[in-house]
Write a protein that binds this ligand. Sequence first.
Ligand code: SF4
Length: 213
Amino acid sequence: MLRVNEIFHSIQGESSHAGWPCVFVRLSGCNLRCAYCDTLYAHEEGQDMTLDQILSRVRRYRCSLVEVTGGEPLIQKDTPLLIERLLKSGYKVLLETNGSQDISRVPSSCIRIVDFKCPSSGHCEANDFENIPRLERHDEVKFVIGNREDYEYARELTTRIETVEKQVTVLFSAVFNGLKWEQLARWVLEDGLRVRLNVQLHKVIWDPHLRGV
Ligand code: SF4
């Protein structure tokens, strides 16, 4: 059983899978309260659903890519079971997790997108760096950057990640309506970083305040 905030079909807006149609399973609850959180509604609201009910909703969309997100999906104990069921049913599965939870609980064939928190989130002390050696080549690490301090924090961690697993894609994203994309792009180019800018495509396509897109 899982507490589910929403299940919807949209265009994947982030990661190296941006642009692909994707079914999102947004689970309820989060252990953090980031300053820029754009899914506050997922912290409390939701309904209990069995794994079979979730699978049946996902099947309706006839889409082979599924993202399990939140909130923070790994605070619910049955999330790894859901991911296992989705993988066994033939879906390509992405998991977006906030970096504070042990990703080794999730099957390694799931693509884990670990959103390590930068200082301006107010929660960088929650990052579990034991997750770095748990990363597989297909996994991705994301940093949401709000200022120069965040950028330098993310830059240092990127170096640390590269010494463990060079193939992991590192994504740099700007806090929405915070840091300017142009500024972030300049810093990345000046420092010659091998990271990918992660523009939130769903906020370009749809009204950025809409839910369920
Ligand atoms: S981890 Fe994600 S869902 Fe939780 S408060 Fe931070 S931004 Fe919001």
